[in-house]
Design a protein around this ligand. Structure first.
Ligand SMILES: CC(C)(COP(=O)(O)OP(=O)(O)OC[C@H]1O[C@@H](n2cnc3c(N)ncnc32)[C@H](O)[C@@H]1OP(=O)(O)O)[C@@H](O)C(=O)NCCC(=O)NCCS
Length: 175
């Protein structure tokens, strides 16, 4: 299988089974490493953005990750993502009790952003509209439903802050 990405900075390493849906809508930076069987999905629905899914430079992603995007999913530079991570900018509507959920539309997309130098632990889920701040850490198995401050560590479901970098003492402090 071959894919023609919208944009790619070069030095791209992709392991087997990784697929790009609507590859022309995806922008990859340089030096990106992707594991086996990752899914990069950009909906065929109209977006006014040239690249709804943007991945920065030197991003490393493990195996079996899914990035699901309608309009705006942005991953910064030097982001590290473990195995089995799911990140999306939309969900699915369920509120009409008279219609099967499968027949209801997806929700309106909300921009999901993973800022530079952050680390998303294995088996985590990043919910639509969330912003993970610079150099933040999401512990393994976390479900992130709210924004995460830069230079903090969050864990659990729903993810809560457990550590924060203190600029005065220059130490990671327990919360
Ligand atoms: C989040 C993480 C970086 C924290 O590391 P740390 O700063 O050394 O944290 P500590 O070991 O001091 O743990 C602090 C507390 O958080 C808890 N904790 C740590 N990671 C947790 C997690 N993923 N989920 C729930 N609780 C967690 C610890 O049990 C401890 O609780 P306590 O204070 O009640 O004893 C690490 O635990 C983690 O999850 N790393 C991701 C590993 C991974 O996904 N690797 C593969 C991808 S590259």
């Amino acid at each position: 299988m071959s894919f023609k990405l919208g944009e790619c900075g070069g030095d791209l390493h992709v392991k087997s089974g990784t697929v790009f849906y609507n590859a022309q809508k995806i922008s990859l930076g340089k030096g990106v490493r992707l594991g086996n069987r990752c899914d990069f999905y950009v909906s065929p629905r109209e977006s006014n953005k040239k690249f709804p899914l943007v991945i920065g430079n030197h991003v490393h992603m493990g195996h079996r990750c899914t990035l699901a995007c309608i309009d705006s999913l942005i991953i910064g530079n030097k982001v590290m993502i473990g195995n089995d991570v799911y990140i999306a900018d939309h969900g699915h509507e369920y509120r009409n009790p008279d219609m099967a959920i499968i027949d209801q539309p997806v929700t309106e997309p909300k921009q999901t952003t993973i800022e530079n130098e952050s680390w998303i632990g294995a088996s985590s889920i990043i919910m639509p509209g969330v912003r993970i701040g610079q150099h933040a850490v999401v512990g393994a198995g976390s479900i992130v439903t709210k924004d995460v401050e830069p230079f903090t560590v969050v864990v659990g479901n729903p993810a809560k802050m457990i550590k924060k970098y203190d600029l005065v003492t220059k130490q990671w402090m327990k919360i």
